[in-house]
Design a protein around this ligand. Structure first.
Ligand code: RNT
Ligand code: ZN
Length: 417
C-alpha cells in the first residue's frame, strides 16, 4: 500500500497547513457508531412467512441472491461489515424474530426470539438497535395500528410496542450499550379525512401506554419516527412531524428524523440543531429519497455532507444516533449496504477534516467572503487520501477493491440461492 501511504503523508501535510489534524480526525471517526439496517438484506421481508410488504413502503427490483434465512442474512451482514471501516451496530426489526418454526404473534415476542442475533452481535462486539414492526400484518391492513379506532387492533399493537421495548432492553443489557428502539407506524389515509384529531389522540394514548413501563435508559432508549406521507397515506399521516416533535419533547424521547420523510425540498440536516435545542438525543434514518420517499441507497451527496457537518461541527456525536434506512433490490444487496455505509463514513470524515474553529471565527467576524471561499476550497482538499489510509488502518479494502470481494461472494454464494 505504498501509494496509499505516500498520498496520506502529503494529505496530512496539506491539512496541517490549514490547522487540521488528520490523525485526530481518523481516531474520532473510528469511534462513531453507524447502525446498519438488517432489512436491506431481504427487502424488508423478515422471517414470519412470505406476506407482502405493506405500510406504504416499497422495495423495487428482483436482484438474485436475497437472504432467505437468519443465517443467510447474518452471513451477508458479516461480509458487508467486513468491507466497512469504523464502529458498527445492527438495527433489527421485530419481523426478524427467530421462532423455530413456531407461530408467535407479534404481541407475544420475547427477548429469547432474538437470542441468536444477540449472540452474533456479541461475537462481533457490536451493539443492536430495534424496531417494532407495525406493518406487513393482517391487523395493519386497514391502515391503522396504534391509532386504530378498533380497541382490539389497537391493543394488539400496544402490546407489540411494549414487547419491543423489553426486547430492546434485553439487547442493550446483554451488549453493554443501550439499544435504540424505534416506533414507526404507517397509520394514515389515502384520501382526505374528516377527523384528523381523533386518530392522533388515540396514538398519543397508545404511546403513553407503551411507554408507561419504566425501562432503564442504560439498556433501552425510545425513539418515535414521523413521516409526511406514504403510498396509501397521501392525504393524512397520523404520526406527522409536529405530532412526534411535540410528543418527543414532552416525554423526553428521541425524535427519529428520516431523510425521506419530509417535503422534497426539505432537508433533515437543518432539523438536527432545532431538535437538539429541545431534546437530549435524536435518531437519524439516513436515507435517500428520489422524488419521493423512495429509500434509494445512500450516496455521498450534498445532504449527506450536510448531515455529517451538523453532527461534527457541534460535537453532537454523543447525542445523534446514526442509523441507515433504505432498501434497494435492484442491485446486489450486500453492495448496497457497503455503498451506503461507506458513504456515511466518508461524509463524517470530510466533516472531521474541516477547520471548524477558523470557519466559525470568520462567521462571527462577518467575513462571509472568506467563509464561502474556504468552504469551496475545502471541497478539493485530499480527503480521499485520508479515507484510503483510514481503510487500510481499519483493515478493510481500499477503493473499489471491496467490490471484487462482493462480486466473488455473489458468484460463490448468492448465485446458488
Ligand atoms: C418507513 C420508515 C421506517 C421503515 C423501516 C423499515 O417510511 O422509514 O423507518 O423504513 O422501519
Ligand atoms: Zn425510517
Amino acid at each position: 500500500m505504498k501509494n496509499v501511504d505516500k498520498a496520506y503523508e502529503l494529505a496530512r501535510e496539506r491539512y496541517a497547513e490549514i490547522g487540521v489534524d488528520t490523525d485526530a480526525a481518523m481516531a474520532k471517526l473510528a469511534e462513531i457508531p453507524i447502525s446498519l439496517h438488517c432489512w436491506q438484506g431481504d427487502d424488508v421481508g423478515g422471517f414470519e412467512g412470505s406476506r407482502e410488504l405493506t405500510g406504504g413502503i416499497q422495495v423495487t427490483g428482483n436482484y438474485p441472491g436475497k437472504a432467505r434465512t437468519p443465517s443467510e442474512l447474518r452471513q451477508d451482514l458479516d461480509l458487508a461489515m467486513n468491507m466497512i471501516p469504523g464502529k458498527q451496530r445492527l438495527n433489527i426489526h421485530a419481523i426478524y424474530a427467530e421462532t423455530d418454526g413456531e407461530k408467535v404473534e407479534r404481541n407475544q415476542l420475547e427477548p429469547g426470539h432474538f437470542s441468536n442475533w444477540i449472540d452474533w452481535a456479541k461475537q462481533r462486539g457490536i451493539g443492536l438497535d430495534f424496531n417494532g414492526s407495525f406493518f406487513s400484518h393482517p391487523l395493519a391492513d386497514a391502515g391503522a395500528t396504534l391509532s386504530s379506532a378498533d380497541a382490539g387492533i389497537r391493543n394488539f399493537w400496544i402490546e407489540h410496542g411494549m414487547a419491543c421495548r423489553r426486547i430492546g432492553a434485553a439487547m442493550g443489557k446483554a451488549l453493554g450499550a443501550p439499544a435504540v428502539t424505534n416506533i414507526w407506524i404507517p397509520d394514515g389515509s389515502k384520501d382526505i379525512p374528516v377527523d384528523r384529531l381523533a386518530p392522533r389522540l388515540r396514538l398519543k394514548d397508545s404511546l403513553d401506554r407503551i411507554l408507561s413501563e419504566k425501562i432503564d435508559s442504560r439498556h433501552n432508549l425510545d425513539a418515535v419516527e414521523c413521516k409526511l406521507f406514504g403510498i396509501g397515506s397521501e392525504s393524512y399521516v397520523v404520526g406527522s412531524h409536529e405530532f412526534y416533535m411535540g410528543y418527543a419533547v414532552k416525554n423526553n424521547l428521541l425524535l427519529c428524523l428520516d431523510a425521506g420523510h419530509f417535503h422534497p425540498t426539505e432537508i433533515i440536516s437543518d432539523k438536527i440543531t432545532s431538535a437538539l435545542t429541545f431534546l437530549p438525543e435524536i435518531l437519524l434514518h439516513v436515507s435517500r429519497g428520489v422524488r419521493w420517499d423512495s429509500d434509494h441507497v445512500v450516496i455521498l451527496n450534498d445532504e449527506l455532507y450536510a448531515i455529517a457537518q451538523e453532527i461534527i461541527r457541534h460535537d453532537f456525536c454523543g447525542r445523534v444516533h446514526i442509523g441507515l434506512d433504505y432498501f434497494d433490490a435492484s442491485i446486489n444487496r450486500v453492495a448496497a449496504w457497503v455503498i451506503g455505509c461507506r458513504a456515511m463514513n466518508k461524509a463524517l470524515l470530510s466533516a472531521l477534516l474541516e477547520p471548524v474553529a477558523k470557519l466559525r471565527k470568520l462567521e462571527c467576524d462577518g467575513d462571509f467572503t472568506s467563509r464561502l471561499a474556504i468552504l469551496e476550497e475545502l471541497k478539493s482538499m485530499p480527503s480521499g487520501a485520508v479515507w484510503d489510509y483510514y481503510c487500510t488502518k481499519q483493515q478493510v479494502p481500499v477503493g473499489e477493491a471491496w467490490l471484487r470481494e462482493v462480486k466473488s461472494y455473489e458468484a460463490n454464494v448468492l448465485s446458488k440461492r
